[in-house]
Design a binder for this molecule. Structure first.
Ligand code: MLT
Length: 408
């Protein structure tokens, strides 16, 4: 067996929360829980997506239009739409073979580390989406955890209210850095000059930035970049992950993509340059057989005029929830962050309550499920995350219940 798996923290964060919630529900069958824990969407797929899906299913029923294996990196009708609408519209030019369509940003963000050396030094923001850390622990790259849960080979970059949730550049040499903006879990964003600093640093260090932009559709501020490739020099140093999960409700439908520019090179053991695009193609064509045709058609429908209008309306509704939660909790006297350009609201726990204490209090007293900040890393201790992905009435009711319980 792989001993590195034994170095993982107890359970995957969201599985652990699901386990605790299930246990609570079993003991309190009457409790009407409001689940604002895992960032899972609740609104149905947009009508344009459903139409695209139906048409594609019908195509699969006819010999003349039936499809078997598709192109390894995705059908051109989808990659061309991505290149034009997501990137071209922002002045970023991508070749279609720089886009790799996949079943999820989670899987890609977890798998990408395979193409890097086993002894690479990895830097992570802290708190962080647990997949980046756990996948490197599994690969033996993280070392061993100390009592606080920090792994000795990982460089942690604390992001707290004290530094405005903006990570400092690493103080020692690092090969890989995972950046997620808009950020999960803190809901913070990186302005253009800050992102430019990271790109410049990566160029100086010959480091690679693994940029998770799964929440870019939630950006409201026109000054905030949606893609790292809007930043000069980023094509030489950055891989970007995108997803249809949070932008178009595909958490259960599964479609995403990863961009690996051709300029991006690593070095082999002899110091010779190696194309990361070629390595990722090799990896994906060996271990993945592509996203189903019908799902890629559904994803392409997101880029039609109707699809764009409908997805925009869904995102607006979630962002309205974010506002309701943010304003409600502020009115209850809590320090609240995020929720302006991201679907996550990051709350400072009341004095004397740890992240898990607050989780238990809200679960037991208010029947509201959130995510303890400590589950995202040591610097998440003392914080708590709520998502805006519920229904509006759930957001309103959750805020009402939390206010009532905190007043006691
Ligand atoms: C979260 O709650 O952090 C997200 O749902 C995780 C994910 O997208 O995998």
């Amino acid at each position: 067996m792989n001993d590195d798996y034994l170095k993982l923290g107890s359970g995957y964060l969201f599985s652990e929360i699901a386990r605790r919630v299930q246990a609570f529900q079993a003991g309190h069958p009457q409790a009407k829980l409001i689940r604002l824990g895992i960032g899972d969407v609740t609104q149905p797929l947009p009508a344009a997506v459903i139409t695209g899906l139906h048409a594609a299913v019908d195509e699969m029923a006819r010999a003349e239009t039936f499809r078997g294996y598709g192109p390894e990196t995705g059908y051109e009708f989808l990659t061309a739409a991505i290149a034009k609408r997501d990137y071209g519209a922002r002045g970023v030019s991508l070749a279609l073979d720089e886009i790799f369509v996949s079943d999820g940003a989670k899987s890609d963000a977890a798998n990408i580390q395979e193409i890097f050396a086993a002894d690479c030094v990895v830097a992570l923001t802290d708190p962080v989406y647990p997949v980046y850390l756990d996948s490197n622990v599994m690969a033996g790259r993280a070392g061993s955890p100390d009592a606080s849960g920090r792994y000795d080979r990982v460089v942690y970059l604390p992001c707290t209210a004290e530094n405005g949730f903006e990570p400092a550049l690493p103080a020692r040499p690092v090969d890989l850095i995972y950046l997620c903006y808009p950020n999960n879990p803190t809901g913070s964003v990186l302005a253009r000059p800050a992102l430019q600093r990271w790109v410049d640093w990566a160029r100086r260090q010959s480091a690679v930035i693994l940029y998770d932009a799964a929440y870019e559709a939630y950006i409201r501020d026109p000054e905030i970049p949606h893609s790292i490739y809007e930043i000069e020099g980023a094509r030489e140093v950055a891989i970007e992950f995108r997803s249809f999960s949070k932008s178009a409700g595909f958490t259960g439908t599964r479609c995403a993509f990863t961009v690996v520019p051709k300029e991006l090179e690593g070095k082999d053991a002899d110091g010779q340059p190696v194309s990361l695009n070629a390595l990722w193609f090799r990896r994906m064509s060996t271990k993945f057989n592509g996203v189903p045709y019908v799902i890629q058609r559904a994803a392409a429908a997101v880029y039609t005029d109707e699809g764009r209008r409908q997805t925009r309306a869904i995102i607006d509704a979630y962002m309205d929830n974010a506002r309701i939660i943010r304003q409600g909790l502020e009115a209850a006297g809590l320090a609240v962050y995020g929720g302006r350009n991201a679907p996550y609201i990051w709350v400072k726990t009341p004095p004397g309550l740890s992240s898990w204490d607050f989780f238990d209090k809200l679960l037991n007293d208010a029947h509201v499920v959130g995510t303890p900040g400590a589950g995202f890393g040591p610097s998440g201790e003392g914080y708590f995350r709520l998502t805006a992905f519920g229904r509006r009435e759930q957001a309103e009711e959750a805020v009402g219940r939390i206010k009532a319980r905190l007043a006691l």
